[in-house]
Design a protein around this ligand. Structure first.
Ligand code: MRU
Length: 366
């Protein structure tokens, strides 16, 4: 299991410790983040990335905001001071939470996790106090951390369950095509689509993986290949444009991908290129599975048309990714580019949705 994100509980100055994914696969460098702007930067720059992982980061971010707020105004909530500072504290925490929520719009896990921690804080009351009396600042910080830890623990449990449900779908020696990175790095430590691969491997099913490199930021090449090599799972890297041809010429038994948001009708947003993979899979009769925890399902959105799609700077496409530094020109300096980070695969192209609760089929959606 990968230590993607860890809460470092130094009482004086707690930090969120993350494995900086922009430095992989060259070096394993951990960053200690102790301010909300630093955490926002880390999420935006994809130092921590993947829908469940940024949800966990957002939850710990609210815990960090609560801790920082409690440190700055402790005297207003000291015993006997009337506890009048807590509404202000909550407002401050909510302001930080709004900044975090806005950093990446497509993955619903980020907003979901932040809102879950905030809901716990709003519901808090001083022990024995009236419903109108808020909890002291230190209690708010402890509550936020407890909720963030619960989200992190649940994510790991959901990964294990998804792994088991998904592995049951695969034959022995399955050829699996995957996109982006959906492993421990993208989650609380195990994965979504890659959790299925890890589980099948542990069960002796000898899966073989074809990994799309995933332009422009190479999450497949840099991160998925790194994770599979660590696990000793045979993996072949292909350029994104080779995926349809791989379905034609290699033995591919299933496409397994993650998701950043799944609408009520089953439409699934995931890393740009996923939609094309689903079209190619349908053409070649290859089952196409989306593997995602229930925290990625957004029943409030009727269809994928309503999913906000993050657009990232054109420079990511134009500069390319060279050995961890995006300074190699991939196009003439006069070129422009469009850089949507995600696309939406319509439910009609998806064979099954694997969550911790089991496998849903098309007919299970409204
Ligand atoms: O831009 P990224 O690297 O955060 O995109 C990640 C993906 O698209 C993953 O497939 C998705 O978050 C699901 S993985 C657990």
């Amino acid at each position: 299991m990968i230590r993607t994100i860890v809460w470092s509980p130094d009482a004086a100055c707690p930090t969120i410790r993350i494995l900086d994914q922009t430095r992989l696969p060259r070096e394993e460098v951990y960053l200690d983040l102790d301010t909300i702007p630093d955490l926002c930067e880390a999420i935006l720059a994809l130092r921590i990335r993947g829908a469940p992982a940024i949800g966990i980061a957002g939850a710990y971010g609210v815990a960090l905001a609560a801790r920082l707020a409690a440190r700055e105004v402790p005297e207003r909530d000291a015993p006997g001071a009337g506890g009048g500072g807590a509404p202000d504290l909550l407002a401050r925490i909510e302001t930080d939470a709004s900044r975090l929520r806005a950093v990446r719009p497509t993955a619903v896990n980020l907003a979901w996790a932040i809102d879950r921690v905030l809901a716990r804080l709003r519901a808090s009351r001083a022990p024995g106090g009236s419903a109108a009396r808020p909890a002291p600042a230190g209690d708010l910080a402890s509550l936020a951390l407890a909720e963030a830890r619960a989200i992190h623990d649940e994510d790991l449990a959901m990964s294990r369950a998804m792994g088991a449900h998904g592995a049951a779908l695969l034959p022995h020696g399955a050829g699996i095509l995957t996109h982006c990175n959906t492993g421990g790095l993208a989650t609380g430590g195990l994965g979504t689509a890659l959790a299925v691969v890890f589980t099948a491997h542990d069960q002796g099913k000898a899966p073989r993986v074809f990994a799309d490199e995933t332009r422009p930021l190479l999450q497949g090449a840099r991160l998925t290949m790194w994770e599979l090599a660590r696990a000793g799972i045979p993996a072949t890297l292909i350029v994104d444009g080779a995926a349809a041809w791989a379905m034609k010429r290699q033995r591919i038994d299933a496409v397994l991908v993650g998701a950043d948001r799944i609408a009520a009708n089953g439409d699934a947003a995931n890393k740009i290129g996923t939609y094309g993979l689903a079209i190619a899979a349908a053409r070649h009769g290859v089952p196409f599975y989306v593997v995602a925890p229930s925290s990625t399902f957004d029943p409030a959105l009727p269809s994928g048309d309503a999913i906000p799609i993050e657009e990232r700077p054109a420079t990511e496409v134009l500069a390319g990714w060279s050995a961890g530094a995006s300074d190699a020109d991939a196009a003439p300096s006069s070129a422009g580019a469009w850089n949507p980070a995600f696309d939406v695969t319509p439910a009609e192209l998806i064979t099954g949705w694997v969550s911790e609760q089991g496998v849903r089929r098309r007919g299970d959606f409204a």
